[in-house]
Design a binder for this molecule. Structure first.
Ligand SMILES: Nc1ncnc2c1ncn2[C@@H]1O[C@H](COP(=O)(O)OP(=O)(O)O)[C@@H](O)[C@H]1O
Ligand SMILES: [Mg+2]
Length: 377
């Protein structure tokens, strides 16, 4: 298998001729991936500052009419309706493919989400680069909690990503509409941690974790979407990455880590910050106000979230997996080191967790001590 994300970054810095030379030996074996890469590379990633991007984003000029797209065909799917025009990068449409069983006459409808880049060819090339970054990253991933992609294509001259349609609602809408107990909320967070752990295991960070980029279906299954700002975090920070930082700065101010807002290098620990904010949001329905959490009933949970949202990235959990382990420790009733490391707290946790065993131990120690006292006196 070729690593499309690494290859895309490598090729992006080469000239057209060098790109062709590099792709030539791969063309035979990885035909489809090479074709997709060529499509992605055909963009001119002229740098654009965050302020320019922001003004492009909110100018809200749609170069195409949405009606024009209804009925169009993409990768065997017919575009049937607009799902969302809320995102900065693209309009998302529903695509349907009707599969008829000739024996039974039964028609099965297969759905896809089709994200179409807002801009036309004359508009920002940098947005295109971010858009194709999403496609190239999604192509390499395979996890039940991360949206999978069918391919990249074009419709009426506009670039589009065709992906799995997740029939559900954004986390924010979901929390508004439903009443959940703590266990269900932790279950959702566990799924989110699994998705982000998977990305971190691939040396990727998501870069835009927020409730709108998380969809939950009616069965409570969570799927992470919108990987346009995701990047390989172990790469050397090059000048090109600075442009990506610009983009991140422009799009995620509310949920993102301080280093991200400041436009500095991001790592898995930048996602950990957003995850901490998200856990607070999941448990309380509100965002963290003054950079510190103290309102939750559980003081241990306060300590866990506070560690995740520390200002210095290297003092947070290393990645989503270590955050997950800490949550698991809390759920199992084990002592949470972030909260306290004192002996009395450890004993208190032990007594709560295993009252009978602890009582037996205390009685045993007591009887040994009493016997010794009798023997020596
Ligand atoms: N695969 C999908 N299935 C269902 N809805 C989706 C899917 N992808 C995106 N959406 C909807 O479209 C919105 C915008 O998509 P997103 O990928 O976040 O775009 P942007 O990069 O513009 O923020 C999402 O918040 C969600 O409501
Ligand atoms: Mg989004």
């Amino acid at each position: 298998m070729i690593d499309i994300v690494a290859l895309y970054s490598e090729l992006a810095s080469l000239s057209k001729t060098e790109q062709q030379q590099r792709l030539l030996p791969l063309r035979q074996v990885y035909r489809e991936q090479v074709l997709a890469l060529e499509k992605m590379l055909s963009v001119d990633d002229t740098p654009l500052s965050s302020s320019q991007l922001l003004s492009q984003q909110y100018a809200n000029h749609s170069p195409f009419s949405q009606d024009e797209l209804i009925g169009q065909q993409v990768m065997g799917f017919t575009i049937t309706q607009l799902i969302s025009n809320a995102g900065g990068m693209g309009l998302v449409f529903l695509g349907e493919q009707r599969l008829e069983n000739h024996d039974t006459g039964y028609i099965k409808i297969h759905k896809a989400a089709i994200k179409i880049l807002r801009t036309n060819r004359l508009n920002t090339q940098q947005q295109k680069a971010v858009f194709y970054n999403e496609a190239s990253i999604l192509m390499t991933l395979d996890h039940p909690n991360v949206c999978s992609i069918y391919g990249v294509s074009e419709v009426l001259g506009h670039a589009c990503i065709v992906m799995d349609y997740i029939d559900g609602h954004g986390l924010d809408v979901w929390l508004d509409n439903n009443k959940f107990n703590q266990i269900q909320r932790f279950n959702l967070f566990e799924q989110l941690l699994r998705a982000v752990s998977y990305l971190h295991g691939e040396d990727l960070f998501h870069g835009d974790l927020k409730p709108q980029n998380i969809i939950i279906n009616d069965q409570g299954h969570l799927v992470l979407i919108d990987l346009g700002l995701a990047s390989k975090y172990k790469q050397k920070i090059s000048e090109d990455d600075n442009h990506t930082q610009d983009v991140i700065q422009a799009f995620t101010r509310h949920w993102s880590a301080p280093e991200q807002v400041a436009g500095h290098a991001c790592t898995a620990q930048s996602d950990v910050f957003s995850l901490g904010m998200m856990l607070h949001f999941l448990l309380t329905g509100s965002v963290v106000a003054n950079g510190k959490v103290s309102m939750l009933k559980s003081t241990e949970l306060n300590a866990i979230i506070n560690k995740a949202i520390l200002n210095q990235p290297d003092r947070r959990y290393t990645n989503a997996e270590s955050f997950r382990q800490s949550i698991n420790i809390y759920q199992q009733g084990m002592p949470v080191a972030e909260y306290s490391q004192s002996g009395s707290y450890q004993l208190h946790k032990l007594l709560k967790r295993k009252p009978f065993t602890s009582l037996a131990c205390v009685l045993f120690v007591y009887s040994v001590a009493t016997s010794l006292w009798i023997v020596f006196h």
